[in-house]
Design a protein around this ligand. Sequence first.
Ligand code: AGP
Length: 611
Amino acid sequence: MCGIVGYIGQDKATPFLIEGLSKLEYRGYDSAGIAVYNGETIRVEKSLGRLEVLEQKIKGNEPEGSIGVGHTRWATHGRPSDRNSHPHTDCTGKFVVVHNGIIENFMSLKEMLIEKGHTFRSETDTEVVAHLLEEVYEEGELLEDTVRKVLNMVEGSYALVIMSEHDTGKIVCAKQDNPLVIGLGEGENFIASDIPAIIQRTRRTYILSDGEMAVVKSDSVWVYNRDGVPITKKVFEVNWDAEAAEKGGYEHFMIKEIYEQPKAIRETMSARLAKDGSGISLNELKWTKHDLADIKKIFIVACGTAYHAGVVGKYYIEKLARIPVEVDIASEFRYRSPLVDKDTLAIVISQSGETSDTLAALKEVKAMGARTLAVTNVVGSSIAREADNVLYTWAGPEIAVASTKAYTTQLIMMFMLAVYMGQLNGKVAPERAAELVEALKQVPTQIHEMLEDVEPIKTFATKYGFNEDVFFVGRSLDYAVALEGSLKLKEISYIHAEAYAAGELKHGTLALIVEGIPVIALATQEDIYDKTVNNIKEIKARDAVVIGIALEGDKNIAKYVDHTIFVPRTNSLLAPLLAVIPLQLLAYYAAITRGCDVDKPRNLAKSVTVE
Ligand code: AGP
């Protein structure tokens, strides 16, 4: 997820571009850049680092001109660096592009363009668009016509904002799966990924829809559909205040990120699904079955929510690839003299890619000869750079301290890795892989549907939000999700919550289950459903209040619990992705009920870079 701005009007463009990008840094902040047309040429200035690095770079020598675009980056392809920063240009420098999204067929396009003599300066997918514009451009052609030709060649998701010295006095935008807003001014117009960047200048906007293009001039904005037919857009008056706008109209980043999960999951899996639907292809790894055959043991090492994703990952890999897996909390792993050697694969999971305990464990296992693989959400992070291989989740920046979309994209990544391993070592037959992928593709829509109606969960949260003790129980994958649900509730509502393996309650903790205690019982795993129900009966016999999390169509559960939250029916292995959603929401609304600081809970930091 990146931040894009554009300006065309009578004023200087640079001040708006910088100010607008500063309002969008929550969308990405590993590098930034601007391009401004001064009446003769387009000047590009960009740099690695936060926006202030760029500001320092141009201080006293700001680009002149009243047409410009800007970008603040959240890297997906190509680590953060000066040359991977946007804007990107073609060989001549006469086409300038900023982009948010993923051009999925960029490798094949890049190869074609290199064969035609184009020279690339970056590792990004975006730069391909600039060279395509140069390649298909015909002398005297309108910029929007050149852009339309290119859009027919690229596949994937994009918010593209393009300028050219061949056709000045306009900026052309195109939107597919990534947001773009046009701000309507007087004698000036604005472009942005998101409303916070323009709200100080205008509240009258066009919200572009998928497939639409816009030609933005200082005194006009024309919007076209995919076929180039002009369409009349309705003006959307923004009535949010500036702070709410940064959260996209949501009250907190956490709830915004909970609602971003369908898109985050779709982005994380889209380029890794084999084109013929036959399974998973992880081009970042390019492992062979011999590579995998050399791995006798896998350790998954992480902290907090990432550790909980690792617990699910263990189930996935052992179930699908039949390779032994141990999961460890990073701060424990390092001090227990783990049995690691060259036949070991260590998988470290970290949203930030900067968690000290996890980074230290990674360095330790590398020194012991293990092969290492990082699953992280931050391109070019310390953990990404340290590991032999990296699988990036593409969740976009996660601002709230409580991890939500990072967790579900980590689960998706671990699931795809397990299927990929099973394909490689023959433990997952092609038809099984296809069946698993088919179920996987339904997950974003299923989560979207769950998020359409959160009232029952709000009710529970309000009703039980003032309880001082809550238990989460489950078996197998349900227990793994219970761990995450318990952490969510603890860290943002400050309620003491505990996750327990349902079968383990009778060995001690049942002593704490008394009348009125809320117990969240997860019962999505059909192979051990009856055992879980028996544990629920034990709990109910102590007059606790039990909220069941079960699969739609389960006609049995209501007999044993006080309330039920149903999740869409899916392959048991994928149930964690759905079962965690009500638990995230339960924690969120309980925290609201208790007046807690949801996005910045006490004592906690988003990235724990101390041991
Ligand atoms: C989870 O909600 C917390 N923010 C915390 O447990 C977090 O998951 C943990 O600190 C690990 O962070 P990382 O994924 O960035 O390594």
